[in-house]
Write a protein that binds this ligand. Structure first.
Ligand code: ADP
Length: 836
């Protein structure tokens, strides 16, 4: 632990951060200082350059003025004439006096120190004042050229042993007084003391400065000569010289054409900033310079500030980081302390658990020797603690379970933990099943196994019971003849028995994951879902229903279904259990029974109606017969009346007979006694007979009867029951006449493949679609005003249908109410050839 704290003592991240912040601050401070320095340098150099320019302009102007003086004197002809005369009359006192006066005026009024008149042989002929009257070497060398050129010249500043002061001369060559006479007769030399009139220009400085000065220099051989008096060297006038080769000397740089420098050492060897200019028209250079120290004085103030700010910043960040580091340390130690407290608490807690644990806890070393055991272990194994400690843990196992020991501990060694079941033996030799949860632990670098064991005798017993019960349930479930199915809370199927698979035709795999929705008929789904909700809410204890299921092959079957909701101990719904009994056969029988019952009821109803009709139908002709026969007995009846009565009796008898025939026919059909008597007939002939009979019988005014026989007689010789065929057709034609007021009735046949298709078509009242099938039922009459006004029993068409079917064909009707009906039927086409 100590080493951990020690390690944390070195705040590396903070130190690195501080190092980065500090060096960044230093770099920034330095860069800022450098930029300040650069600005000051640029400003100073700019100012120096401007001052140098100003001075140069002033010197040029001063020179101009001097040269103008010279030109003015050279052009003053009267004065020239006087001077010329003086050359020839040197003893003319008056003239000399006048000329001296004028020389004096140059000296007095024009700031010249001396005025001399020389002749062309460089002999001084006249001068004022009386000192420094000798022409020195410099001038002596220069004058012959001036005389030759005849131009006004301002000389360089020079020193000569014969003149007491450093000076320069304005040389005015004097031309002969005649207008055409250009001969030079002498030179007027006006000596200028620059100390008095030139250097003051240099000495003024536009700003207050302790070290700034302007220097005028020229070169002599390999040396720079300082012409004016230097600020920092009082007696330097024309005395101070420096070699041109001297490094960093502004004067030397000026000669080399360098215009400004920030890195120079002046004549004293002091670092300066300087701007240099050449003075045009002269051999002079002007240097304006300031001591570096003065120029950078402001900078050194700022330098102090920058250093101060940088140092403060670094110190502050140091303090801040130190503070943060300290805080972190405090937190670290606090956490350490808390962790230690927790650890102590845990140790206590674990000691407590170890002692009082309800599980066997053993600590085993790497050689499987027990090194620690808790109270429960001692109690369970019936050994003292001392007996247990030092014992090899495998000795707790029974000989039978010892075989697996090596394997178990190998897995434990490899994976670090293992849970397994085995059998252990107590000291008294009794065995018990135990569940061990073992884990490899590292205690201060030494590997151990910690084994927690639990006596699972009771659990094993319960498991056995459970598994037996589960097995029983499985058997019942699997072998039940009833379909059984279990679903989860979400209604997804989780278990089915084979009866259920057979019931629906799906395999078990297909059913797992399905829900009832997948095979319940859509009509029942809503009801089912409601019932399930009610089961969950405990509104109903059980849900019983009879419903349809859709099998895998699409067929629909009925199942009587009972659904139970199974809840856990907390009363939460966990499973749905459904039992289904196949009741398809029962349902079918019921449906058939109901249909039969309905049919019977319908039949009964029809028969009642029939009886009513029959009695009416029979009673009507019977009344006529009885009434008119009794009238026949009345005395005095005329022959005509009698004949009429007999006709009525005859017709009524016929009607009665026809009704009775119908009833007999039906009875025959119902009892299965009607037989088919096939014989050879000619269809055309039979039809013609029927047509004739109706033509004779019926005399309707508005209805015509037409027969259509599309095939020639020889081709319609067939083999069938002619009587039945005629009866069918007659019935249909009879009906057609009954239900047709006007228009036409046509009948005939057509050959259709293996059949002859007969038709009877009328333009009568027609039959509504809903009645078109039913009219072939027994006793069925379309209950309409039209039907009711005709007599009838509702038997005719059903007899036709029975006969057609007996003959091997079928019958149907096409009809539009108000337009008419076409009754059609087929009979097999059995030509005579076939019979042979
Ligand atoms: P019914 O003796 O009452 O005529 P049917 O069995 O012959 O008995 O006919 C049953 C019913 O069919 C009739 O009552 C009638 O309503 C209807 N019907 C039969 N033929 C025609 C037809 N040609 N035109 C219209 N209705 C017809």
């Amino acid at each position: 632990m100590n080493s951990g704290i020690h390690k944390n003592n070195t705040p590396w991240p903070f130190a690195v951060l501080f190092y980065i912040i500090a060096s960044s601050a230093l770099v920034i401070g330095y860069l800022y200082y450098r930029s300040l320095e650069k600005n000051i340098r640029a400003d100073t150099l700019e100012a120096l350059s401007a001052i140098a320019d100003l001075k140069v302009r002033q010197i040029i102007q001063w020179r101009q003025e001097r040269l103008s003086d010279g030109l003015f004197l050279a052009a003053n002809t009267s004065h020239i004439r006087q001077l010329a005369r003086f050359m020839t009359e040197p003893d003319n006192r008056m003239l000399k006096h006048d000329l001296l006066q004028s020389l004096k005026s140059y000296v007095d009024s024009y700031d010249y120190r001396n005025a001399l008149l020389t002749d062309t042989d460089i002999n001084v002929r006249l001068f004022y004042p009386a000192e420094d009257t000798i022409i020195g070497d410099y001038l002596r060398a220069l004058l012959p050229e001036v005389i030759k050129q005849g131009k006004v010249v301002l000389t360089d500043i020079h020193q000569t042993g014969k003149v007491s002061f450093t000076h320069l001369d304005l040389l005015v060559p004097l031309k002969g007084p005649g207008t055409n006479d250009s001969t030079i007769f002498g030179v007027l030399v006006l000596r200028i003391d620059p100390q008095e009139i030139l250097y003051p220009i240099l000495q003024t400085w536009p700003a207050v400065s302790k070290t700034s000065e302007a220097l005028l220099i020229h070169t002599e051989g390999e040396e720079v000569v300082y012409l004016n008096r230097l600020r920092h060297s009082e007696d330097a006038e024309m005395v101070l010289r420096r070699p041109l080769t001297r490094q960093k000397l502004p004067a030397a740089m000026a000669v080399q054409g360098i215009m400004e420098t920030a890195d120079a050492l002046d004549y004293r060897g002091v670092p300066v900033l300087a701007a240099m200019k050449k003075v045009p028209g002269t051999p002079w250079f002007l240097i304006a310079k300031t001591d570096r120290e003065e120029a950078y004085a402001a900078l050194s103030d700022r330098k102090g500030q920058v250093v101060l700010i940088t140092v403060l910043f670094i110190l502050m960040s140091g303090f801040l980081l130190g503070f943060l580091w300290r805080r972190q340390r405090v937190r670290f130690y606090r956490e350490k302390y808390e962790t230690e407290l927790e650890r102590m608490a845990l140790v206590k807690h674990f000691d407590y658990i170890l002692k009082n644990a309800n599980d066997i806890i053993l600590l085993v070393d790497k050689d499987y020797v027990i090194v620690e055991a808790n109270d429960k272990a001692c109690e369970t194994y019936q050994y003292d603690r001392n007996e247990l400690i030092g014992k090899n843990v495998n000795r707790l196992r029974t000989p039978q379970s010892l075989g697996r020991f090596g394997q178990d501990y190998k897995i434990l060694g490899d994976t670090g933990h293992l849970t397994y079941e085995t059998i252990h033996r107590r000291k008294d030799g009794t065995d018990f099943p135990v569940e061990i949860s073992a884990r490899k632990v590292d205690i201060e670098g030494v590997p151990y196994y910690q084994s927690i064991g639990r006596d699972i005798t009771e659990r094993k017993y319960t498991e056995e019971i459970l598994s037996e019960s589960e097995e029983r349930f499985r058997k019942i479930f699997e072998e039940s003849p009833f379909s059984m199915v279990m679903t989860g809370k979400d209604m997804g199927i989780i278990r089915v028995n084979s009866a259920f698979c057979d019931f629906l035709g799906y395999s078990e795999e297909e059913l797992l994951g399905m829900t009832f929705r997948n095979f319940t008929h859509p009509d029942h789904i809503e009801n089912d879902e409601l019932a399930v909700l009610r089961l969950v809410k405990q509104d109903i204890p059980i849900y019983n229903t009879e419903k349809r299921y859709i099998r895998k092959d699409g067929s629909v079957i009925w199942g009587s279904t009972t659904v139970n909701l199974i809840r856990n101990n907390k009363g939460e719904a966990t499973l749905y259990f459904a039992m289904i009994q196949d009741i398809t056969a029962r349902r079918k029988a019921e449906t058939e029974l109901i249909a039969a019952k309905e049919k019977a009821e319908e039949s009964d109803r029809l028969k009642t109606a029939f009886l009513h009709n029959v009695s009416h139908e029979i009673r009507t002709p019977m009344n006529a017969i009885l009434g008119f026969s009794s009238l026949l007995n009345e005395p005095g009846i005329s022959v005509g009346d009698r004949k009429q009565f007999v006709d009525v009796i005859f017709q009524s008898g016929n009607q009665l007979l026809s009704i009775i025939n119908d009833i007999v026919d039906l009875a025959g059909i119902e009892s299965g006694q009607v037989r088919i008597n096939n014989s050879e007939i000619n269809v055309n002939k039979e039809l013609r007979k029927i047509s004739e009979q109706f033509g004779y019988k019926q005399k309707p005014v508005n209805v015509t009867l037409r027969l259509e026989t599309p095939l020639p007689d020889k081709d319609v010789q067939i083999y069938t029951d002619g009587t039945k065929l005629i009866q069918i057709l007659s019935n249909l034609i009879n009906n057609a006449f009954k239900f047709t007021d006007k228009g036409k009735i046509s009948f005939g046949y057509a050959k259709k493949d293996e059949f002859l298709e007969f038709f009877v078509k009328d333009t009568g009242v027609g039959i509504a679609p809903e009645h078109q099938v039913k009219v072939f039922d027994r006793f069925y009459q379309v209950d309409s005003a039209v039907s009711r006004q005709y007599s009838g029993t509702g038997l005719g068409l059903s007899i036709c249908k029975a006969y057609v079917e007996l003959l091997g064909g079928r019958i149907w009707v096409n009809s539009t109410p108000g337009e008419g009906s076409t009754f059609s039927f087929t009979i097999p086409w059995l030509p005579l050839l076939w019979q042979l």
